[in-house]
Each structure stands twice: as C-alpha cells, then as structure tokens.
Ligand binder design. Structure first.
Ligand SMILES: [Zn+2]
Length: 147
C-alpha cells in the first residue's frame, strides 16, 4: 500500500530576474511556502523503530532543511549573469548566483534534482509546490517529468 506524505516549509528569499520586462527585474523578496510530498510503502517491521511509517517526518524535515531551506533562507538569489552581482557579491554575504533565471519554475527543477539525490531509497519524490505569494504557486510532479 503506497502512501503520500507531505511537509510544509517556510523561507524568506530575495531574487531579481535578469533581462525581465516586469517589476521582478528589481531585487525584491518573498515569503515562500514550500511543500514537499514523497510517496512510498509503509514499513511493516516490528523490529524497526520506524514501523508503520513511510518516512519519519523528522527525517524528511532534516533533508529538506539541510539541502534547501538552510541554503536559501534569507539569501539573495540571482542569475549568474545579473549585473547586481558586480556591486553586491562578496563571499561572506548570503548571495547565491545560479546558472539559470531564479524563477519558481527553475527553482523547483533545481530542488527536484537535489531531493531526488538525497531522499532515502524507500521513498520517491512525488510532487512539490512553491508558493511565491499567497495566490501564486508553481508545482513539480514526477509523473509530468518521467520519460
Ligand atoms: Zn519575485
């Protein structure tokens, strides 16, 4: 029996879109809400401390926090081609240049690669939702991205 398990995360992040024709070309911030859903079989093992679970919520939290939230929370995320990097970048500042436009869509693709590499074998990344504002969000679904 397969079950999906989800966890919500919140982080504050600033970004700017390079060569964009709207307001988002300026540096601005969002309070992101990030939902991760994994799918897997329930562990049926009386000798396991995780008996009856798909994954310990605490373990899922640790992985997402370590590889995504801790890195991106309170960071300024810019396209590596951004002219803002010239004046602002210093190694001791939490500024992350990325080899792509830092839109929610591209961030989800990036987060999917990270989580698929870090999640334990018994669960698969099922979908993710990234709320950029209260009424705008992007979603990644594994079924949309399987060949
Ligand atoms: Zn934005």
């Amino acid at each position: 029996m397969k079950i999906r398990l989800s966890k919500d995360f919140r982080f504050e992040m600033a970004h700017a879109l390079q060569d964009y024709d709207g307001k988002c070309r300026h540096i601005h911030g969002h309070s992101f809400i990030f939902t991760v859903t994994v799918i897997g079989e329930i562990i049926h093992d009386e000798n396991s401390t995780k008996n009856g679970m798909v994954i310990d919520y605490g373990d899922l939290k640790k992985i997402v926090k370590k590889f995504i939230i801790d890195k991106y929370d309170h960071a300024l995320v810019l396209n590596e081609k951004s002219e803002f990097l010239d004046g602002l970048y210093r190694p001791d500042r939490k500024i992350i240049p990325l080899p792509f436009q830092p839109t929610s869509e591209n961030l989800l693709v990036h987060f999917a690669e990270i989580l698929q590499a870090e999640l334990p074998q018994n669960v698969k990344l099922h979908n993710m939702k990234l709320h950029e504002t209260a009424n705008s969000f992007a979603e990644w679904f594994r079924e949309d991205n399987e060949a």
